[in-house]
Design a binder for this molecule. Sequence first.
Ligand SMILES: [Zn+2]
Length: 173
Amino acid sequence: MSENTALYTLAAQRLTEYMKGKNVRKTPERFEILRIICQTPGIFSIDELQEVMEKKAKFQVSRVTLFNTLRLLEDASLVIKHTLARAAHYECCITPHPMVCLVCQKCGTVRKLESSKIENWLSEQKCKQFIITQPVLYFHGLCRSCMVKKSIKNRKAKNKGKETKTKTKIQKK
Ligand SMILES: [Zn+2]
């Protein structure tokens, strides 16, 4: 059994138990979405998940169904939602583990930073009268492509400034 299949088996079992307890209807769509999520490493947005569902799994699913299913999976503690970016991002989280996320304040993408040093520090943290169920640390900033766009914009603005200066010089003559 591959790791992903084992992960899905465990997740599906947990989802079945959760739905039984909440009296929620078991639909094949929900399990198919869960299966794809278990195969999707890292953080994803609804748009990205919809693309994977349609292109790779050849499974047509509406955004409403995706949104509702993700909310159900979130309630069942099978998925974690990162709400800090402009568009919500999700991640498969069958067994909670500490994580460090990089959030781009310009385009809203969320990326995971692999840092065992910070992850270890996070897992050791304890709070008085508060149980930490999911230790997550967010860093806000600019992603690589936004950084490139910003430097191009700055360069253009600088060049424009130079052009105007030259024009004024010519006019003065
Ligand atoms: Zn960005």
